[in-house]
Design a protein. Sequence first.
Length: 216
Amino acid sequence: MNVTTDSIQQLLISEELGDRLRGVNQLRQIEPAIAFELIQTVIKDKDSRVRYAAVSQMSILGKQNLTISQEVLRDRLFKDPEIDVQAAAADALGALKITQAFDDLLNIYHNTTEWLLKLSIVAATGEMGEPKALSLLEDALNSENELIQITAIIALGELGNLEAIPLLKPFAVHSDWQIRHRVVQALQKLGGPEAKQIIAQLPKDQVEQVAEEARK
């Protein structure tokens, strides 16, 4: 059966959950501008799996209209009852580099206890390249959740702000080699004499992956 706009539209309005999920997946096979229009019909679907699939696709389709995308994703970020859908909305805002949504992300970050949502927000702010994200990422570096810490280190490298280097320096001697490894990668992206000085301490790290990355 050929995939057409009409066939996808019928799937998206079906009462069957499997049909709607299939319809969302098939949106990848048609013109993005048309897919963007159709996905709006399921972005608030009654089933969280459909909403999650639709919101996740907004990372790509949202480029068609950033104004509408910001409005739709902001709605899901604040109002969706499922954390994974909220997290997908944060991911999409970051991927689309909608910096106007940074204050919303900051607000949610400081008012949620859900680690998955915090993780997505930390990653999103790095992708955005928003200078105001430095204080949020500094806070994330001190998280008790190691995944959030690692994501903050990566985000600081992507942010490109040299003020991040003193924040990263203590983590160059962290007991977890994966954190040291990510610090070297972040410092490489940031560059500059101070970053090189820190990296220069790690070519003889006891873990070969860290040492090799430092030698680069």
